[in-house]
Structures are given as C-alpha cells and as structure tokens.
Design a protein around this ligand. Structure first.
Ligand code: ASP
Ligand code: MG
Length: 409
C-alpha cells in the first residue's frame, strides 16, 4: 500500500464529463489499495474569469477580497469531484483550505504555505476515505482566505504530499510528461523519463509551463517524488527525482524559452561606485524583478551602457522608475525593447562537460541569430535574442545538442 497525492489541473476537471473521468482515475488507485488525497484546480478558464471580474469591479481592489473571489473556483471542483466519487461507490469528502487547515502567511494573492495540519486527514485515511482537497487556497494568520498565486495548486499538492509523507505526488495534466522542449514548436521533442529537481526547477523558472517553479523548489526541499503524467492517456509520465537516481546523464536535458521578457538599456550611465546600487535598488523597491544584467567597461572612463531584462508585465513600472532616476543619476536615455525572447539550455551534465556555451553560440551564429545578452549558472546557459527568431533558435539548438527523437519508422 502506498500513500499518493494526485493533482488534477484545470483542463483535467474542465467539465462534468472530465470530472467523472478523474473520479475513475482515482478509483483505480483506491482499488489498488492506496491511500489517496486528490488536489484539484478550478475548471480551466474559471480563475481567469474571476480575476477579470475583480479588475472590472475595481482597479485597485482589496487583495483580501480578491482572494475570496478567486479561491471560489476550487470550491466548485472539490465538491463536484467528491460527489462523482461517491456516485461510483468511493468514500470521499471535500476539504477547503481553511478546513484542513492549510496555514499560510498573510501575503494575499501570493501567500506562502506554512504549516499544514494532517491529523484529521490521517484519521479519515484510516477509515478508508479519500480526501478531495482544494488547491490554490489557504488560510492566513488573521483567519482570512488566502491564495498562493496563479498556478499555485501544483504547490498545494506538493506541500500536502510533504506534510502527509506521501510516497508520491502525481501531477496529472494535459501533456503526458516533461519534454526536452515544447513539442508544439519542435515536433521531434522527446519525453524525458527522469529529470533532476534542479533541472526541472531551472526549466520551469525559464519558461517551461508544465510545473509551477515554486512546487518544484518545494519538492526538492522535502524530497517529494513528483511524477508528471497525462489525465487522458494511460502511460507512465516523467519522474522528477534526485540526481543519484539518474543513470545516464545528458549534457543538456532540456531547452526552455520565455517570450515574456523585455530588455532595457540605459545609455551613458556614469561609471562610478553606487550607481548600479541606486538603479537596481529603486527597481527592487518598486517590486520589479531584474533577470539578466550586462554592463560594459566604459570607453572614456566616464560613462557606460547598462543593459538588463525585466518581465514584460513589469516594463511600464520599470521605465517609470528609471525615467524618474534619469536626472538624479544623470544618465542619457532609457531604451526599452519588449520584442525579445530568452532561450535557456539546461542540464546537470554541464557541470562536468565543457563546450556547452560554445555549441550554443555557434549554432545560433550559423542561423544568423544575434545574441543580445548572455547569462550562465552552473547548470544553465541563457541568451536573449530577437523574439522573431525563437522557433528557429529552439529547433536548431534541439538538434545541436542531440535531443531530437529519431524519426518514426
Ligand atoms: N486555479 C488557479 C489558477 O488558475 C490555481 C491553479 O490552477 O493552479 O491559477
Ligand atoms: Mg497549472
């Protein structure tokens, strides 16, 4: 007997038929003798609609009330799934965040999980009951409803798996696993059988949509075995595991791309101590996340250009802050370019294998693609290129690193 947390995303519970299909999936695990907690998202599209209603009512809405509204999508799906399970003879009960309770901090709209009480669920497991738990929601220190941020139900599932010391956390979704890159743009992308937490975290953070980055960080921290698999097709998915569980190490495991970036260049920035601190300090104070940064050596010893990237959603706020600083720090111009894409190649094998960056740069050069900014970490090389070249670049790199699936015979 194993204890398994099964998580179903919005498309998997997108309508009543699909919820019944999920109930059948759950039944199979119950009949195999396992203890099951199911975490569900809202029906696909629901949370978007709820978010829109909030901003339609009030431009500067109260974050506490926003959470009350957006958490409601998951209330519908837990209730319906519990009913669907009961209907096929499975003992099941729904749980909202506050009922468990799923304790969080008080950062409404982006709450972090603290302590999860499991005593009651343990009791129910012992009675053979399936727990159907609302993802995405928790309860803050002031007893108000909180939500974990968009896509947060992956994190709910992993956190619950950690608290319940589950043997596995199965994330059911509309793709059948983690691929070497997005199969929608590279038809020869391959499904990865096993991937390390670190690689998965980098890929998710660099734009791969399959898992929410926070959930991967949490799985890594608590050693939760995560499997990503399809709700609709019955086959094994991708296991996210420790590095020592992976026998054959690829140099590059996957390629992610993020079109949601924007590039900012500050022209003629005075080359003296404290300027970078002032610029990035002000951006950080305005909650603008800065990613890649390059600064040139100054030609004349007086001024230099500074280029960096921010999320496209933060671009207006960033340029507003920078325009204000322009006079104070006496730099020339703020040039913004939202038409860029960040491409990242990721693999733990890079730690021991040289030449990964060289292959990337040469491959892009052969396609005539200009690299605007470069950044690296221990297991990742990222470049910023013009957005129009995204698909060309990802395809060429996928081939260059030997990731293409053999053509079907
Ligand atoms: N329903 C929430 C959202 O769409 C949480 C989730 O699905 O993960 O963001
Ligand atoms: Mg999701």
């Amino acid at each position: 007997m194993a204890r398994i947390v099964m998580k179903f995303g919005g498309t998997s519970v997108g309508d009543v038929e699909r919820i019944k299909n999920v109930a059948q999936r759950v039944r199979r695990e119950v009949e195999a003798g396992h203890e099951i907690a199911v975490v569900v998202s809202a029906m696909s599209g629901t949370t978007n609609q709820l978010v829109k209603w909030c901003s339609d009512v009030s431009r500067l809405y109260d974050a506490r009330e926003y959470d009350v509204v957006v958490a409601s999508g998951e209330q519908v799906t837990v209730g319906l799934l519990a009913m669907a399970l009961q209907d096929i003879g499975i003992n099941a009960r729904s749980w909202l965040g506050w009922q468990i309770p799923f304790g969080t901090d008080g950062i409404h709209g982006k709450a972090r999980i603290g302590k999860i009480e499991t005593a009651e669920l343990e009791k129910r497991f012992a009675q053979g009951q399936v727990a159907v738990v609302a993802g995405f929601q928790g309860i803050g220190p002031d007893d108000r409803i909180t939500t974990l941020g968009r896509g947060g139900s992956d994190t709910s599932a992993v956190a619950l798996a950690a608290a319940l010391k589950a043997d596995r956390c199965d994330i059911y979704t509309d793709v059948d696993g983690v691929y070497t890159t997005n199969p929608r743009i590279v038809s020869r992308a391959r499904k990865i059988e096993r991937i390390t937490y670190e690689e998965m975290l980098e890929l998710a953070s660099q734009g791969a949509k399959v898992l929410e980055p926070r959930s991967v960080a949490m799985a890594m921290q608590h050693g939760v075995r995560v499997q990503v698999l399809s709700t609709f097709v019955d086959k094994p998915g991708t296991l996210v595991v420790d590095e020592d569980e992976i026998v054959e190490q690829q140099v590059v495991t996957g390629i992610a791309y993020s079109p949601d970036e924007a590039k900012i260049t500050l022209v003629g920035v005075p080359d003296r101590p404290g300027v970078a601190g002032a610029i990035f300090g002000s951006l950080s104070d305005s909650a603008v996340n800065v990613d890649m940064i390059v600064q040139n050596v100054s030609q004349d010893g007086k001024t230099t250009d500074l280029t960096f990237t921010v999320g496209q959603a933060d671009l207006d706020r960033a340029t507003h802050v920078l325009d204000r600083l322009k006079a104070e720090l006496s730099f020339g111009e703020v040039v913004a370019d939202p038409n860029v894409c960040k491409i990242s190649v990721v693999g733990v094998g890079m730690r021991s294998q040289p030449g990964v960056a060289k292959t990337m740069f040469q491959t892009l050069a052969e396609k005539g693609i200009n690299i605007q900014v470069i950044s690296t970490s221990e297991i990742k090389v990222s470049v910023l290129i013009g957005a129009d070249y995204t698909e060309l670049a990802v395809r060429a790199l996928h081939t260059a690193y030997g990731l293409d699936a053999d053509a079907e015979a």
